[in-house]
Design a protein around this ligand. Sequence first.
Ligand code: SF4
Length: 348
Amino acid sequence: MNQRRVSKAIKIGKVTVGGGAPIVVQSMTKTDTRDVMSTIAQIKELEDYGCELVRVAVPDTKAARALSAIKMEISIPLIADIHFDYRLALMAISAGVDGLRLNPGNISQPDKVTAIVHAARERNVPIRIGVNAGSLPKRANPKMTTAQQMVAVAMEQIKLLESLNFDLIKVSLKAFDVPTTIEAYRDIAQKMPYPLHIGITEAGPPRSGIIRSVAGISPLLYMGIGDTIRVSLSAHPREEVIAAYEILKSLDLRSHGPILVSCPSCGRAEVDIIELAQAVEEKLMKIDKPLKVAVMGCVVNGPGEAKDADIGIACGKGKAVLFKKGKKIRTIQEKDFLSVLMAEVERF
Ligand code: SF4
């Protein structure tokens, strides 16, 4: 794993992004922001899953007016996602949001950007320059590759913000195409000092979307690029948060709740290991201890993996051996696999 790129630290509310801080997990609500109660409820659920920054869409003035009520009821920093109308950004700043996301593809007139930057500077509100391959401004040079165009648009916007004496900047360059995304981030990471929000946009429903996101986000993180991540899925946003932590845990970049090791099962298994692993995974979701749990199907790799975990079971016909910190604790009967394993997890 490469050393992490050194980026400038910025504060979004109480959360530090960049400057070597832990990689921040964020998501976006899928409720109608004008429906304050539903939006608050969804954000609180995301908080429970470990979401550290949340973004809400601000499509109109009614949504902008809802922001202060939402902000009052939640514990994590709130970011307003603004497109097209710069006045909504001004309203969001007045409402007390902790950050803004602007798309240079649809708010590009310098006077409007200037008005937003002045208001953001007064209240120390960072701005994410969120370039999206699907909404590049018309002025982007079509002779360049998409990745080059994305970088050029972001750099132009960065220069505009810097010329206004503003440096509370975060940048994202998202595309659906994974190689384009990686190329764009690698390029801009060397050109400017600001923290990077990384992700694959419109990645799809969970099955394909998580794989596409992992394919794009993991190589960047491995290269040391990325200060905050969002996994964009056509699913409830809790799935985005769960997937983001799984990526970070897989790369040893964050610890967050348990890690589950389970074998894929095969013709040697004499218990339904797939059903058992899924039931254990479901129960582990509600546990926030950072421990490693193993559920293994037979004696081939079972005892080794189970011993290596904090708590593990290696199953045989109708029974399993329970391991704790590498030591055999007892034999358990098949009907008790789940309950005994989870009791040990609770006790650990
Ligand atoms: Fe098959 Fe045993 Fe390996 Fe599981 S641990 S995949 S049951 S050989």
